[in-house]
Write a protein that binds this ligand. Structure first.
Ligand code: GLU
Ligand code: ZN
Length: 469
């Protein structure tokens, strides 16, 4: 018995996995996991020119990185596979043969030029263009004659007009469509390959897919695919069409948008859980605005919480979730960020002290040299602030250090020089880091090697002692 809920992700390996697609994968995965069903991965790689093995490999790696594991698919074949359409040609051939044998489909010999002409005539007459039925009634002799002209036929599916097709979209609700508006449509191209909507449907049927969540660019395929399922004697999956994922400004996100690829975000150092928390809320709402661990993401997913408005991907939101994810990340992950930017053996201390300030590995790379390296020369503004504090201020700081005072002791001695607030902390921070902001000073001071602190305070005093330029 197949599981009651079987979903799938069916990407075409023609480019990097982008956020719109991965959200589709996520929702299908969440739904299957929540229902205790199966999640399949099928590569729709029939476009030989645009599909590549490199893209397929990268796609599997991106999904695995996100933890969207598939119960069957590439690398995890079962009896319902293979899970690449390029290896399923004979199944499509069998389905074509069944349709032809029942006269539910017929060869169409019209050339592209003839079809285009018919289209223009219909448009000019103010009618929606659809196949005019030229080849629908050809008998065997008529077909032979057309073939003898050297025409390679497509295969068209017959659509009987006069029927109202009705179904319920999992996201968009009740739908209706007049069959007469469809026209007979192509299921096999002239080169013998299956049209997208055909192989997609045949595989969903063969693989026992019960629910399909996909982009709303596929809405128009649904009535056709439902007719095909009926002709093949099977129940179609329930379809739900997700509103487009757009950029924060409303512009379309696409795989051409480099920064919108999963791989780019991974390389930048985003954590998978951050991505899942953001994507799970794009066009879907959870009962809480707060952080959700993976089991809670699964438990809280609901088809009726899918929305119809375009969903906005927003880097600021993603960074919000990244902050939450970093906060919860295992030390080992963050120590990995620090590695190579701090002296060997200092990773753990450095991470423990500074993780509250990190969002991305770049931050670790940024602060490693500040703590353990040579500071660059002070900018004019920093030098002015350091000098303005005066030699007595720096003498007090050095005395506190020499006396082994803790942070509170240091601040107390500096206050005694008459400075407070920003007038105290700003020059101190600049002297120690050359930066106007960053981690808490007391944290930095526990981290800085004492000889480094001393050298920086001495340099600050020298600046204050130098005659003003
Ligand atoms: N290969 C199709 C796509 O990536 C799949 C569509 C579907 O999910 O049915 O758009
Ligand atoms: Zn024709």
């Amino acid at each position: 018995m197949p599981a009651p809920v079987t979903t799938r992700f069916a990407p075409s390996p023609t480019g990097a996995l982008h956020l719109g697609n991965v959200r589709t994968a996520l929702f299908n995965w969440l739904y299957a996991r929540q229902a205790g069903g199966r999640f399949l991965l099928r590569l729709e790689d029939t476009d030989r020119e645009r599909s590549s093995e490199a893209h397929a490999t990268a796609l599997l790696a991106d999904l695995a990185w996100l933890g969207l594991d598939w119960d069957a698919g590439p690398g995890r074949e079962d009896a319902l596979g293979p899970y690449r359409q390029s290896a399923r040609g004979e199944r499509y051939a069998a389905a074509f043969a069944a349709l032809e044998a029942a006269d539910l489909a017929y060869p169409c010999y019209c050339s592209a030029g003839e079809l285009e002409l018919a289209r223009r005539v219909q448009l000019a007459a103010g009618r929606p263009p659809r196949y005019p039925g030229t080849c629908a009634g050809l008998d065997a002799a008529g077909r032979r004659a057309r073939a003898a002209e050297g025409r390679a036929p497509t295969l068209r599916f017959r659509v009987a007009p006069g029927e109202t097709l009705a179904w319920t979209d999992l996201v968009r609700g009740p739908q209706q469509f007049a069959s007469g508006d469809l026209g007979d449509f192509v299921v096999r191209r002239a080169d013998g390959s299956a049209a997208f909507l055909f192989s997609n449907l045949v595989d969903d049927l063969a693989m026992g897919v019960s629910h399909v969540l996909r982009g709303e660019d596929h809405v128009a395929n649904t009535p056709r695919q439902r007719l095909l399922a009926r002709a093949l004697g099977a129940e179609p999956p329930a379809y739900g069409h997700l509103p487009l994922l757009v950029g924060s400004g409303g512009q379309p996100l696409s795989k051409r948008d480099g920064s919108a690829s999963v791989a780019a975000l991974r390389v930048e150092g985003f954590l998978p859980e951050a991505l899942l928390n953001h994507l799970g809320r794009l066009g879907h709402s959870y009962a809480t605005e707060g952080w959700l661990e993976r089991p809670a993401l699964i438990a809280g997913f609901a088809l009726n919480a899918l929305g119809r408005a375009p969903a906005h991907f927003d880097r600021a939101q993603l960074l919000h979730w990244q902050r939450e994810a970093v906060h919860r990340a295992p030390a080992a992950t963050l120590e990995g960020w620090a590695r190579g930017h701090v002296p060997p053996g200092r990773e753990a201390a450095f991470t423990a002290a500074l993780r509250a300030n990190w969002l991305l590995p770049a931050d670790a790379a940024d602060w490693g040299p500040v703590v353990y390296g040579e500071l660059p020369c002070a900018t004019a503004a920093a030098a002015a602030s350091i000098a303005a504090a005066g030699t007595a201020f720096w003498d007090a700081a050095l005395a506190a250090l020499a006396a082994g005072a803790d942070y509170a002791g240091l601040v107390a001695r500096l206050k005694a020089t008459g400075r407070t607030g920003a007038a105290l902390f700003r020059p101190l921070r600049l002297a120690l880091t050359q930066r106007p902001d960053g981690p808490e000073l007391h944290t930095l001071l526990t981290l800085l090697p004492p000889e480094t602190t001393r050298a920086r305070l001495v340099a600050a005093r020298a600046l204050a002692a130098a005659p003003a330029a």
